[in-house]
Write a protein that binds this ligand. Structure first.
Ligand code: PMP
Length: 408
């Protein structure tokens, strides 16, 4: 059953922002829409960067067995330390990491919220570089942390000098760097991460989070910030099982960092935040890492084919190390998005104006996307254009993008 179908008889969200007249809502939440892409019942859904391949049957049976064992003792609270799972995650990551350097929560979203709870807060600042993952601003808002954004360059990389200046000006206690970035797919060179670690150190000592939600999809030769962890106390590398492990439904994210950082996150986590069912399912999935990651190779190849095809159409395409591509050249991107939806393909309207993001699906889904986009472009209105003149001003990194240009 589809996600939209699964909602069944429960009324859909009203779509109305919460008003303040009858509720003592925090002023900064008044009028705010809840986060989330539309969960539409469409044949080809390429809008939330899911893995299109469900876990194979032998993995499903192991997960079921593991969950059944956990179910037999559900009267008890779960292991608060998630020791077995954290050991399995550390083993998976390698780099000599031990369980004391790994922390897990309900999705990397929750991990990063905990990071802001521990290291952000009133009177403190978090910094990131747009266009990027739109939840970062929400973690900052929810934790009453001031939010500052720099602008990525026109190739969606980060200008190190401009970034250094921003760090020295705002002295953030948290810097959030998505690599590969969402919605652009851009991975950062390790030199950029090192430069930001150095800048935050000399500006007073913030932590730097490298959000590697899409790390397993990176191209050969693209490094992971895990390499920088040895002896680095203020670096946090977050990962998730939602993408490469085909387990978005499990809600399991994690971070590799210094044991002192794990101690700090433990202070802000809710008691027993990770259910026994989640721990059991995630641990069982990790035992099948090889099988699940074999599919990632197929998706990387499909991603490269997709990027090549889009380039062949004359459209600008962001370099991608992730399981999606951001492509532009669409004077009316909403019309293009709607045109694709009308042809049964749901993509994401995100990123700079004139660009759309498409997740990598199965070969059949990609064929459907190609047919649909060809139809949309042939129908005329959105037309192709190979320049990038609709990019917002890239020269001043302190100018935030207008609302709506963030990725989700
Ligand atoms: N980081 C990035 C860059 C993402 O795109 C996402 C999900 N779309 C997440 C983190 C959160 O993933 P999850 O909470 O499922 O681990």
């Amino acid at each position: 059953m589809s996600a939209a179908g699964a909602v069944g008889a429960v009324p859909a969200p009203s779509g109305r922002p919460v008003a303040a007249e009858r509720l003592p809502l925090r002023p900064e939440l008044v009028g705010v829409q809840p986060y989330g892409a539309p969960q539409l019942d469409v044949a080809v859904r390429l809008n939330v960067n899911e893995n299109p391949y469900p876990p194979p049957p032998e993995v499903v049976s192991d997960v079921a067995r593991s969950v059944a064992e956990a179910a037999a003792v559900l009267n008890r609270y779960p292991d608060r330390e998630a020791s077995q799972l954290r050991t399995a995650l550390a083993d998976y990551l390698g780099h000599g990491l031990g369980p004391e350097q790994v922390w897990a929560a309900n999705g990397s979203n929750e991990v990063m919220l905990q990071v802001l709870q521990a290291f952000g807060g009133p009177g403190r600042t978090a910094l990131s570089f747009t266009p990027t993952y739109s939840m970062y601003a929400e973690y900052a808002r929810t934790t009453s942390t001031e939010w500052v954004v720099g602008q990525r360059r026109s190739d969606f990389g980060i200008d190190v000098e401009a970034a250094r200046r921003l760090v020295h000006e705002h002295r953030p206690s948290v810097v959030l760097l998505a690599s590969p970035n969402n919605p652009t797919g851009t991975a950062l060179p390790l030199a950029t991460v090192r430069a930001l670690l150095e800048a935050t150190r000399s500006a007073g000592g913030g932590v730097v989070v490298v959000d590697e939600a899409y790390a397993e999809f990176r191209r050969a030769g693209t490094p992971s910030a895990l390499q920088l962890l040895g002896g680095e106390q203020r670096l946090l590398v977050t990962r998730t099982m939602s993408k490469a492990f085909a387990a978005a439904g499990v809600r399991l994210g994690y971070v590799a960092t210094a044991p002192e950082v794990v101690d700090a996150l433990r202070v802000v986590r809710l008691p027993y935040h990770l259910s026994a069912v989640t721990q059991a399912a995630a641990t069982a999935l990790l035992a099948h890492a090889d099988t699940l990651l074999a599919r990632v190779d197929d998706l990387r190849a499909e991603r490269d084919r997709l990027a090549g095809w889009l380039v062949g159409l004359g459209l600008p395409v962001a370099e991608s190390d992730a399981n999606f591509c951001l492509f532009g050249g669409l004077p009316d991107r909403h019309a293009a998005w709607q045109g694709l939806l009308d042809r049964g393909v749901l993509v994401r309207e995100t990123g700079p104006d004139g660009w759309l993001r498409v997740s990598v699906g199965t070969p059949a889904e990609m064929a459907a996307f190609r047919t649909a986009l060809t139809g949309v472009l042939a129908a005329g209105s959105p037309g192709t254009r190979s320049d990038q003149t609709d990019r917002p001003d890239q020269t001043d990194p302190s100018v935030p993008l207008p609302a709506g240009l963030e990725a989700t």
